[in-house]
Ligand binder design. Structure first.
Ligand SMILES: *Cc1c(COP(=O)(O)O)cnc(C)c1O
Length: 374
């Protein structure tokens, strides 16, 4: 059978290495996974209770419209219910947006070192990905993106612009002023949608972080994505939210599978957003962990970037895969990332304090063991 070159050349998304696999392969009793930006506290007890109550009804199909959840989240996000829909993780929403708005041969625009799902979903839909370079401080360069859009939009048919804010794997963000300027240049157009992927929204501390939900009200062509995987600690249930004008939401609802969001994901999310105490604990744990990483990495003299998310990007100046392997041997799973050639960066998620300390201690040993390549 003939399959398109885009499909044949697809490199599957590589998930963080699983804990059990690492234990088996390296003969370890304890393994710490800091590779997938998961919530180290586990889900809220209120979520676990709500899930237990929902179990006897699992013979029923899920509510295809997520009615109850939509009512609740519309109050939480302060948007009308018909401005909201859900996906099987925000990953599915990224995939759906590309399938809806891009024809084969058309393009999306994002940045170098952007969240990898954009490029993978685009390629699977035979859609090309244009990327602008990062700024020198490893942030999305919105001026360059606006310029690139205006230079190439007609010829390359750029239909979607993806801005991960904060971005994964860099942890950096774009400011309110930068976004305002960007929207003045690309806002309210009917030939392109601007997608703000806010997977790490609740972890942000910067006070010049933009309010993308307000942009959905101000501009006709803005989409905001949120996920329940990170701050709410339910990555295993797969649910993400999309906020946009009703015309966009309507198209997503036509194309998505009717039961793309399962019953337990709906129940868990409704319980999670009510538990503000849990949310605060998650934020405090994360911020203390990040501050610990900053000071520990500074003491070690290791290059890193300030993060508004629940992970930190580190330049080890060693081959990233060698660092990854050496850390694995010490029972710590990190994520090697390729930002330049050769790849020397790793991404380290924030865990519990003892996990963070174990990671730093392993990193310290590993950096001594492996020679610097710079
Ligand atoms: C983790 C992440 C997502 C969310 O993925 P889910 O499919 O909702 O689990 C989306 N965008 C970015 C930038 C991420 O890092």
């Amino acid at each position: 059978m003939k399959v398109s070159k885009e499909i044949l050349n697809l490199i599957p998304y590589s998930p963080g290495k699983p804990i059990e696999e690492t234990k088996r392969e390296y003969g370890l009793d304890e393994v710490i996974k800091l590779a997938s930006n998961e919530n180290p506290l586990g889900p809220s007890q209120k979520v676990v209770e709500a899930l237990r109550k929902a179990l006897p009804d699992l013979h029923r199909y899920p509510d295809a419209s997520c009615y109850e959840l939509k009512q609740k989240l519309s109050r939480f996000y302060e948007v009308p219910t018909d401005w909201l829909t859900f996906g099987n993780g925000s990953n599915e929403l990224i995939d759906l947006l590309i399938r809806i708005y891009c024809e084969s041969g058309e393009s999306i625009l994002t940045s170098d070192a952007a969240f990898v799902a954009y490029g993978i979903c685009a390629q699977a839909a035979r859609v090309r990905t244009f990327r602008t370079p990062l700024t020198s401080d490893f942030r999305f360069d919105l001026s360059a993106m606006a310029r690139s859009f205006h230079d190439h939009a007609t010829q390359e048919k750029i239909r979607l612009i993806f801005i991960a804010n904060p971005n994964n794997p860099t942890g950096t963000y774009v400011t309110d002023a930068e976004v305002k300027k960007f929207m003045a240049s690309v806002g309210n157009r009917d030939d392109v949608l601007i997608v703000f992927d806010e997977a790490y929204f609740e972890f942000v501390r910067a006070n010049d972080y933009p309010r993308a939900l307000d942009l959905v009200k101000e501009f006709s062509n803005v989409v905001v994505l949120r996920t329940m995987s990170k701050v709410f600690g339910i990555a295993g249930l797969r649910i993400g939210a999309l906020v946009a004008r009703p015309d966009v939401v309507d198209l997503v609802n036509r194309v998505r599978n009717p039961f793309n969001v399962n019953t337990l994901a709906q129940v868990a999310t409704a319980a999670a957003i009510d538990d503000s105490e849990y949310l605060q604990r998650v934020q405090q744990t994360n911020w203390q962990g990040l501050d610990y990483y900053y000071s520990a990495l500074k003491n070690l003299g290791v290059d890193h970037w300030p993060s508004e998310a629940n992970f930190i990007l580190i330049d080890t100046h060693r081959a990233a895969n060698d660092i990854f392997e050496a850390m694995l041997k010490r029972g710590v799973i990190v994520r090697p990332v390729k930002i330049k050639d050769p790849a020397t960066h790793i991404r380290l998620s924030v865990g519990l304090q003892r996990e963070n300390e174990a990671a730093i201690s392993a990193l310290k040993d590993v950096l001594k063991e492996l020679p610097s390549i710079k």
